[in-house]
Design a binder for this molecule. Structure first.
Ligand code: ARG
Length: 258
């Protein structure tokens, strides 16, 4: 009799355990299923305060925070691929990334190859020089070497400007290298987005002047042509604008950059 009771208790316990186990697993599956939905963001982490790496080597910046917010709102896990700026559009075209956040200006030319979200930031452009340099206007560029990042609107802008003023253009892969080249006097001018240039000018004690000729479009998230994500991300951007979160991000990363 005692044995039967023990047996019954064991069976009962096992049934209960199995039932609990099952429901727990289902929950876990649902959870992990959601977390497994990966959103791949490609960027070029050489462009503080939009994207750079912290001392531990982790990506950080305005675009990284924004991409994380977008992923969270849409229920994805964010994965970041760091590459050369020049390769970003190609990565989207080859579907090697779902989106690009890289301080990328939404130009008409790029719109032929990729789709863009609504703009999330606007920045003019600047020419950076060493402090005390006598290059203070576009005309002063004459005879000097201007560094630009490969594949950027500045590369294109500098080449257009060369038709009016005679100077050399040095295109480089990496935006951070431009500043090193300037500091070591291998170039006399670095041409960049203003919100990035102002940071370098302060941190490295440099000088510079605004580009009077540019009317560059704002920065936006880029997607492969026809991506269904465009509408979703525009929805998130609108929400973040309405609830003040976008402004909070600007205050965090871009406050002293304008
Ligand atoms: N705004 C410029 C462009 O779209 C430069 C962007 C460079 N971004 C970067 N992550 N290095 O061409």
């Amino acid at each position: 009799m005692k044995k039967t009771l023990l047996f019954a208790t064991i069976i009962f316990t096992l049934v209960i355990m199995a039932a609990c186990g099952k429901s727990n697993n289902e929950g876990a599956d649902k959870e992990s299923g959601k977390a497994n939905k990966v959103l791949t963001m490609a960027t070029s982490a050489d462009f503080a305060p939009f994207e750079s790496r912290d001392t531990a080597g982790n990506p950080q910046g305005f675009d990284i925070d924004l991409a994380n917010m977008i992923a969270k709102e849409l229920g994805y896990k964010l994965e970041i691929k760091d590459m050369k700026f020049d390769g970003l559009i190609g990565a989207l075209q080859a579907n090697r990334a779902d989106m690009v956040l890289a301080g990328m200006s939404a130009t008409e030319k790029r719109k032929k190859n990729v789709d863009f979200s609504t703009e999330y930031n606007r920045s003019g452009e600047m020419f950076i020089t060493l402090k005390g340099s006598n290059i203070k206007t576009v005309d002063d560029l004459k005879g000097n070497t201007v560094g630009v990042q490969l594949g950027t609107i500045q590369e294109e802008g500098a080449k257009a400007l060369q038709k009016k003023v005679k100077f050399d253009v040095k295109p480089l892969d990496n935006a951070t290298t431009l500043i090193q080249e300037l500091l070591s006097k291998r170039i006399q001018v670095a041409y960049m987005d203003k919100s990035v240039a102002t940071g370098y000018i302060k941190k490295q004690n440099l000088a510079g002047f605004d580009d009077p000729t540019s009317s560059s479009p704002g920065m936006a998230v880029a997607f492969p042509k026809g991506s269904k994500l465009v509408g979703d991300v525009n929805g998130v951007l609108k929400k973040l604008e309405d609830n003040g979160k976008l402004q909070e991000l600007k205050d965090k990363w871009l406050k002293n950059q304008q």
